[in-house]
Design a binder for this molecule. Structure first.
Ligand code: GRF
Length: 186
């Protein structure tokens, strides 16, 4: 049985959004943290906080082969909602079809603007007055699924991509848990 309130988080790195999701969980429980990078710092934090973890280096593996392994682990843990949090690997169409409407992601821009990478540099270069972050449902098209929530961050004239990234990241940590708490009960 897939229980939407049993959340699995997929990470590749430091996992600051994962941490925010764990600390601000209200209507869901983070049951499992998965990584395609066994050395991801976020994994150690999850383990220290009593959360089950699973990691395997995806390097050199066929995309779908890795995804089938991850999907099996998520099913073994009765996961009903998958939250991507800095998971730097594009999911295979097979995986997205296996979990239709049950995968969410946080993206550091005001979608539909700036899908993909380097969002902060692109927003500054375009002369935008604001950027921000979006939580959206993952579909087969990159960063294109239904937007569930957004948070705006002002861009200052003197902003660098790094400074903007830092402020957007703070907004991510507030937005993602709020949206996920709503999503699991909708
Ligand atoms: C965040 O900027 C998020 O928007 C993007 O990847 C970064 C992950 O950071 N998808 P962290 O691992 O959650 O700290």
């Amino acid at each position: 049985m897939r229980d939407p309130k049993r959340v699995g988080i997929l990470i590749s790195g430091r996992g600051s959004n994962m941490r925010a999701l764990v600390e601000q969980a209200c209507h869901y429980e983070v049951v499992l943290v998965v990584s395609n990078k066994p050395a991801a710092p976020g994994l150690a934090w999850a383990r220290d906080h009593g959360i089950a973890t699973w990691a395997r280096d995806s390097k050199g593996m066929e995309r779908e082969e890795f995804d089938r392994m991850v999907s099996g682990i998520l099913e073994d843990h009765g996961i009903g909602t998958i939250a991507l949090a800095g998971f730097m690997r594009i999911l295979s169409p097979w995986f997205v079809r296996k979990w239709p409407g049950r995968i969410v992601n946080i993206h550091p821009s005001l979608l539909p603007r700036y899908r993909g990478l380097d969002t902060h540099a692109r927003a500054i270069a375009a002369g935008d007055e604001a950027s921000g972050c979006s939580v959206h449902i993952v579909t087969e098209e990159l960063d294109a699924g239904e937007v569930l929530g957004q948070s705006q961050v002002r861009i200052d004239k003197s902003d660098t991509p790094a400074a903007l990234e830092e402020r957007v990241l703070e907004a991510e940590h507030r937005l993602y848990p709020i949206v996920l708490n709503q999503f699991v009960t909708r």
